[in-house]
Design a protein around this ligand. Structure first.
Ligand SMILES: [Ca+2]
Ligand SMILES: [Ca+2]
Ligand SMILES: [Ca+2]
Length: 317
């Protein structure tokens, strides 16, 4: 029993020792297991967090990628629209250019067609005229030949006619010369002055017996077919003076009423020859003196046109 006890005690001891040993040996394992359990627990806690974090990251990346893809897609769409627009514009321009070219070519073709048509008509006209000429030119030529033949036969008669024409011209010239001579002789003798008129050279003169203002005297001369006397030479002036009795004064066709100091004859000529008395013309008086007079001395004076004087008319023979 002791033995058994011994043996049991040993056994128990051994068993205890074994248990202790096992316990000692199992302690690290337990610690390890405990640590493992603790780690597992932590891992169990961390893993969902990590998974959630991963999921969040993945989601963020996905969203970022989606945005990037969306931006790229929009850019591509814009590029596509731009391209379409450019293509449409280019097509429109090409279409317009084609239309313009078509119109231009059409106009040019039409013009060319018209020109060709005109040329064709002209050719037809030339052909028609050529054909007509073939028929008519022959006749015209023969007519001309015939006329030439007739002219040759008429040549002597034509020469006589030409000679007669020249003779007629000579006679006509002689007649003109004779007429001119007759006219000169008539004027030289000047026998045709009206009664009461005096003749000097080839002019007739009328010396009035009554008096009138200058304007009325001018009208009276015009009524007689003449004009107030215009002095053309010293001889004529002397003739006029010789016909005037002393103390009498006569109007001449001379005045400066248009412009003071610029004396003019009634026929429009300016004064180139003058026989003013000394101190005249003096244009005295309130109204001035704008009409010329002559006296028996043959000297002139300017007098007021409204005064009454006798007057001298002259006219051609
Ligand atoms: Ca005269
Ligand atoms: Ca005057
Ligand atoms: Ca005077």
């Amino acid at each position: 029993m002791a033995l058994s006890e011994g043996r049991d005690g040993s056994y128990e001891l051994a068993k205890d020792m074994l248990l202790e040993d096992q316990t000692q040996r199992k302690a690290p394992k337990r610690a390890a297991l405990s640590l493992l359990a603790s780690s597992t627990k932590r891992a169990a806690v961390l893993l969902p967090a990590l998974l959630a974090l991963g999921f969040v990251l993945l989601l963020a990346l996905t969203l970022a990628n989606i945005r990037r893809v969306s931006a790229v897609w929009e850019a591509l769409e814009r590029a596509r629209l731009q391209g379409e627009k450019s293509h449409a514009a280019a097509w429109h321009n090409l279409s317009e250019a084609r239309h313009a070219l078509d119109a231009q070519l059409s106009g040019e073709l039409e013009a060319i067609h018209k020109r060709l048509l005109n040329v064709s008509r002209e050719v037809e006209e030339v052909q028609r005229r050529t054909a007509q000429c073939r028929a008519e030119c022959g006749r015209e030529l023969s007519d001309r030949v015939r006329a030439l033949e007739q002219r040759e036969s008429l040549e002597p008669a034509l020469q006589q006619l030409a000679e007669l024409g020249r003779e007629q011209s000579r006679v006509s010239a002689l007649l003109s010369a004779a007429l001119e001579e007759t006219r000169n002789l008539t004027e030289m003798f000047c026998t045709s002055c009206p009664a009461g008129w005096l003749q000097f050279a080839r002019t007739c003169y009328f010396f009035s017996t009554d008096g009138k203002p200058w304007m009325e005297a001018r009208a009276a001369c015009a009524a007689l077919g003449g004009q107030l006397a215009v002095v053309d030479s010293e001889q004529e002036n002397k003739f006029l003076g010789n016909q005037i009795m002393e103390t009498r004064v006569f109007w001449l066709g001379l005045s400066d009423m248009d412009k003071e100091g610029e004396w003019q004859w009634l026929d429009g000529r300016s004064l180139s020859l003058a026989f003013w008395r000394s101190g005249e013309p003096n244009n005295v008086g309130q109204h001035g003196e704008d009409c010329g007079t002559v006296t028996s001395s043959g000297l002139w004076n300017d007098a007021e046109c409204s005064v009454t004087e006798a007057w001298i008319c002259e006219r051609r023979c």
